[in-house]
Design a protein around this ligand. Sequence first.
Ligand code: HEC
Ligand code: HEC
Ligand code: HEC
Ligand code: HEC
Length: 212
Amino acid sequence: MMNRKHYIYILSCTLLVVLFSCKHGEGEYHSLHDKIEGESKNYHGTSLSSETYIDDIKTIEVTEGGHTFLIPERKSQIKSFACIECHTKPVGELKSKDAKKAHWDINLAHADGNTMNCATCHNGNDMNNLNTLTGNTVDFNSSYKLCSQCHSTQFEDWKGGAHGKRIGGWAPPRASFTCVNCHNPHSPSFETRWPSRFNTEQIDEAHEGLEH
Ligand code: HEC
Ligand code: HEC
Ligand code: HEC
Ligand code: HEC
């Protein structure tokens, strides 16, 4: 037989249990950590894709330092490719007697003449390919490998996606612009320009200067 005392005791125990135990209804968790664990069980990445934005660009896949991503293909974009259509003999023999330059539109403004000339990147014996400082062949599609020789900071950042820009969006597959999409290898720096926002602070300073 259950007396009143027992009854109250059991009731309060049940109440305590109800109060202090966690409810495990749908979408309810012990902690934020449990929630993340629980919710990610059936999660297999995003269903979003950047593919539609990349579709009309010819790309190649590269793997650099554990990152695999796409970059735009270059050779079909270079008007004077294939170089060997003209470069069948050494450059010296190609030079015309009336001193007309074939590549008159190319002015090298990259580092200085002691550091760099055409042969730093172009191999006169194999003009269809680029070459490294140690004489290794680099495909025009992988020209970032040339840049990385001297600009390791930007190269490291670019691999991870911190320098440069993505094509499409943040959804996979990752496609990134390559160095020469933004920098002309012959004249790589950008012109300095005024900020497009009108600088009111500067005006204020000038104004104050006049008052005093
Ligand atoms: C229509 C013909 C033609 C094509 C195509 C061509 N070149 Fe040339 N290139 C020449 C001639 C001619 C010279 C000889 C020097 C001059 O006239 O400037 C030359 C010279 C050069 C030089 C040496 C410049 C110097 O001042 O020492 C380089 C480097 C060069 N070409 C790279 C290339 C590369 C890279 C390609 C392909 C992406 C290419 N050329 C495609 C005609 C051509
Ligand atoms: C820092 C490396 C570098 C140097 C130095 C360099 N080039 Fe290039 N050049 C490149 C790369 C990379 C490309 C391909 C760019 C692209 O993908 O659009 C290229 C493309 C070209 C092309 C084909 C594109 C065009 O504009 O017709 C020619 C021709 C060329 N270079 C000639 C020269 C000549 C001549 C010199 C010396 C005056 C020179 N390059 C110096 C890296 C270099
Ligand atoms: C042989 C070494 C070498 C190679 C290869 C090379 N660069 Fe450079 N680059 C330099 C030097 C040196 C400077 C001048 C640095 C300075 O002025 O602080 C420079 C300057 C630059 C600048 C301008 C920096 C500024 O302050 O405005 C850019 C952008 C650049 N390079 C991009 C490239 C790209 C893209 C490639 C590959 C196509 C490349 N470089 C290949 C040595 C190199
Ligand atoms: C999407 C365009 C883009 C791509 C791709 C890109 N850069 Fe740049 N890069 C820039 C811009 C914009 C600046 C100027 C930043 C500034 O002035 O603060 C810059 C600056 C630089 C500088 C000058 C140093 C500095 O920080 O001001 C170097 C060197 C350089 N880039 C090298 C590279 C190399 C090497 C690659 C490829 C591995 C590359 N960039 C790819 C846009 C790009």
